[in-house]
Design a protein around this ligand. Structure first.
Ligand SMILES: Nc1nc2c(ncn2[C@@H]2O[C@H](COP(=O)(O)OP(=O)(O)OP(=O)(O)O)[C@@H](O)[C@H]2O)c(=O)[nH]1
Ligand SMILES: [Mg+2]
Length: 395
């Protein structure tokens, strides 16, 4: 056979290579002849065993060459979470719904339990409905007014079941909230002067900070703040922090300075710097209540002298967590000063948000903004329709 002849030739070649004497050559020849294939077979088996072992050990440890250090692990595109600051803000209605969660629990959930009772629309139901409305801080007067409006529409055949009652109640609440709706047009004057008043701790400075930020960032307005709360030691500093955050200017004198003097300098500076909006922060507490009202009146006079018609808006800030007490405060301010708009703060932290319905219905002053948290975007222009939807809609 051909390959056998070639093998013989290979053996002869190897023996020649070893250059052995004739005697030794004949002795070695059989070992070489038969030993060479055995050696080759052994090497082959060894190679197979080694390669099987390497493969097994790689499987056990995983494939090291594709394991990356933790931070270099490839992350699929869709799993990359943007930093919180850049996350898109939740929709207005969702945020409002979350802010009204406590009020919904105290009011709408109780109402739904009552309507699920299924005993029909009778006197007991009207009694219980009124109780729920009063319990939600809607106030005696507005609660009775709502009950009577619903009873009238029921008598007219408009309310034939629980679903209709719920819908008509929503409509009646929205009507009361819309009673004095006049849009706040900050472009109506330049500079447009807003004066912010209210008792201490209700959220005046925070509201001003949020508003300044929104006007500057969302509308590109040039905003100037006036630190007219010279009574509380850290008030100007607090407003200064907000001014810096919002990119707004600020006029501030030392503690104990005349608040009307600060207001005067602020409007002068606003005219000189051609600011679009001026917002005046005021003290929430003075030595007496009479002082507080007199101070507010004095500031208004000074501002009006410099810019006739200013302040164009006097915003009274009310703390929603105070429920009906806020309504009492609002009446006192309304008697003393020409309040043109309301801001209801801290709706997120209270089950007493129903007070907004009483405020709208009883004071005849439009609610301009609501505060539903402490972040810059947590001040929202008040829209009666979306407010009622957010309150009544079950998430
Ligand atoms: N949860 C919540 N907190 C708010 C809201 N608005 C204001 N606050 C908080 O209420 C507290 C008082 O706010 P300020 O803005 O200092 O109140 P102020 O009326 O200026 O108080 P004085 O300067 O003392 O008269 C702060 O801790 C605010 O963060 C809101 O809408 N929601
Ligand atoms: Mg303040």
């Amino acid at each position: 056979m051909d390959w056998l002849a070639r093998y013989d030739e290979l053996i002869v070649f190897l023996l020649d290579l070893l250059a052995l004497e004739e005697g030794r050559r004949s002795l070695v020849t059989p070992y070489l002849y038969y030993g060479l294939p055995v050696l080759a077979a052994l090497i082959l088996v060894l190679l197979i065993v080694v390669s099987v072992k390497i493969t097994a050990s790689r499987k056990g440890r995983g494939a090291p060459e594709v394991i990356l250090p933790h931070e270099e692990e490839p992350v699929p595109e869709e799993k990359v979470v943007p930093p919180a600051a850049e996350a898109p803000p939740p929709s207005m209605i969702d945020r409002m719904r979350a802010g009204l969660a406590k009020t919904r629990g105290n009011f709408v959930s109780r109402l739904d339990d009552l309507l699920r009772g299924g005993d029909g629309i009778d006197d007991d139901l009207w009694e219980e409905l009124e109780e729920i409305l009063i319990g939600a801080d809607i106030g005696m007067k507005t609660s009775l007014d709502l009950r009577q409006a619903l009873q009238k529409r029921s008598a007219q055949g408009e309310i034939r079941g629980p679903a209709a009652l719920r819908r008509v109640l929503m409509e009646e609440i929205e009507t009361r909230l819309r009673c004095c709706e006049v849009p706040l047009d900050l472009g109506a004057a330049s500079p447009f002067v807003l004066m912010v008043i209210g008792v201490n701790g209700v959220g005046k400075t925070t509201t001003i900070g949020k508003l300044a930020w929104q006007l500057a960032h969302n509308e590109g307005k040039k905003v100037l703040l006036g630190a007219c709360d010279t009574f509380r030691a850290a008030a100007a500093e607090q407003l200064g922090i907000w001014a810096e955050r919002a990119g707004a200017g600020i006029v501030s004198h030392g503690p104990g300075a005349d608040p009307a003097g600060v207001a005067f300098d602020t409007v002068k500076a606003a005219l000189a710097r051609q600011a679009d909006v001026v917002i005046l922060d005021t003290a929430g507490r003075l030595h007496t209540k009479v002082n507080l009202m007199e101070e507010v009146k004095k500031i208004r006079r000074v501002v009006d002298r410099e810019i006739p018609g200013a302040p164009h808006e006097t915003l009274l800030v009310l703390d929603a967590t105070l429920g009906q007490n806020s309504l009492i405060q609002a009446r006192l301010f309304k008697e003393a000063v020409d309040v043109s708009g309301l801001v209801l703060t801290k709706l997120d932290g209270t089950a007493r948000g129903g007070m907004i319905i009483a405020v709208g219905g009883e004071l005849g002053i439009p609610v301009r903004y609501v505060g539903i948290g402490e972040k810059v975007n947590d001040l929202r222009p008040f829209d009666p329709h979306s407010f009622v939807q957010a309150l009544f809609e079950n998430p």
